[in-house]
Every structure is written in C-alpha cells, then in structure tokens.
Design a protein around this ligand. Structure first.
Ligand SMILES: [Zn+2]
Length: 256
C-alpha cells in the first residue's frame, strides 16, 4: 500500500491460512452434484450484490451450463452502497453495476433475471421483502421439481450475504428445494474454524470454466479498479487470490 492509497475494503487473510482446511475437502465433479439432486437441472443463483455469483460460483455456473444444465441469476441489490465506507456514492454506480452484472452473466452463459432493487447494505432489515422476492421468482418459474437454489453462505462475513443465504435456506426449506451455498468473503475474512453447518467440497472444473470465471469477474470494473485516484479497489487482488477454485457447501443430511 502506498502512503496515498485509501483502502475501501478491510484487509483479510493470506490464502495460506485456509490451506489445510481446503486440502481436507473432497473433490466433487458436476456429475457428482447432479447425482445428488436427480432430475434437478436448473440452478437459480441468488446474489446480494452484482458480482457475488461470479466471484463465488462462476466456475460452477460455467461447468453446469456446459453440462447441459440451465441457470438463472437474480440480485437482491444493485450494489450501490459499495463506497459508503469512504462516504461516496458515485453517480450512476447502480446502473453501471447492473451493466457489469449482465456482461458477467453472459460470459458464464447464465440468464440474467430480476434485480430486486432492495437496499444495498440493508438486507438484514429487508429480509421479509427478500424472502417474498425470492419466493416470487421461484413461483414464476412454475415447476420447482427441477430447481436447485445457489446462494451465499449464511455465515459469510458480509451481512447482506448472510441475509441472502438465510432467505435461500428459508425458501428452500418451505418449498422443498435443495440449497447449496458458496463463499464470497468467507475465506478472506473468516477463520478456517468457522461453522459451515454443511459439507465443504471443492468442485472439479476445467480450464474453460476457469477462463469463464476470469472473464466474468473482469467485467466488474467498478469493483476491481480504483474509482478515485488514491483509492483501493472494493474487491482487492488479495481477495480474488482466494478464489482460485470452486468451493461449495452442501447440506450434511443430503451428502453421502
Ligand atoms: Zn456481495
């Protein structure tokens, strides 16, 4: 960090902090995941902010699509509050982030669904509206027998991510839809002994999915590039360095 740089996001762990925990995970293929949920070929991926799905689940989304599965993404907010900690909301930021989101989803070959327009930074106080919005999305898809929900983990360090993780779990439990969770800030900010209440696995993907992940993540210029002279990035390289593989937390009771 130079003397002039102003961090927008708090510092986190070196990836080595999580090395032992990640080396202890089982490797699952997309075929293994499909076998866990027979007949369910559609992923509905829920984000708190445009970019959660790409950073945390982009490799899986790419591999899922290439395996013939369908995937639809929704985002609870437009991510308009990402610079609130430094006291600024750049003009047009919400619109820019949604443009980035659609470009990233195109790179992953994932359909862009609804942006709910709930308040960035305020999802914990809008959880009823969030559950209602997710329920509406699911209901509008019609048959839920082919669906799997994919959402940030309810223990992710970001409160908005936790709210989306809980909302997904609530809707999934009520409607009988499996829910898989991905990490966003978890390995960067949380200690490896965090209670995941599930089975942490590494999903095996190939180079095509790594490249799709990279292309999707690079679409989020407002998050990866300093937006003012002297600022750091919202999503710093040190955080992205954690995302060199696809992790997933599966429900304990449904895994062999
Ligand atoms: Zn986020």
């Amino acid at each position: 960090m130079t003397a002039a740089s102003r961090p927008v996001t708090g510092a986190g762990h070196d990836p080595a902090v999580w090395r032992d925990r990640l080396e202890a995970t089982d490797g699952w293929s997309v075929a293994d995941l499909r076998a866990l949920v027979p007949g369910r070929d559609r992923l509905l991926v829920l984000s708190a902010h445009p970019d959660d799905e790409s950073i945390g689940a982009g490799r899986l989304l790419s591999a899922w699509r290439r395996s013939g599965g369908r995937a639809l993404a929704v985002t609870a907010t437009a991510g308009e509050a990402c610079f609130d900690d430094v006291g600024v909301r750049p003009e047009g930021l919400a619109e820019a982030r949604l443009v980035e989101w659609r470009a990233a989803l195109a790179a992953l070959d994932v359909e862009a669904g609804t942006a709910y327009g709930l308040p960035d930074g305020g999802l914990e106080t809008a959880e009823d509206a969030l559950v209602h919005a997710v329920t509406t999305t699911v209901t509008d898809l019609g048959d839920t027998d082919d669906l799997v929900l994919l959402a940030p983990h309810p223990q992710d360090p970001h409160p908005d991510h936790r709210a989306v993780g809980r909302a997904a779990a609530a809707v999934g439990a009520r409607l009988g839809i499996p829910v898989w969770h991905f990490r966003v800030w978890m390995t960067y900010w949380s200690a490896p002994d965090v209670d995941l209440s599930g089975r942490l696995v590494t999903v095996a993907v190939d180079g095509t999915d790594d490249r799709a992940w990279d292309a999707a993540v690079r679409a989020f210029a407002t998050q990866l590039e300093p937006q003012r002279p002297g600022w750091g990035a919202v999503v710093p390289p040190a955080m992205l360095a954690h995302h060199d593989r696809q992790l997933l937390v599966l429900p304990l009771e449904e895994t062999p």
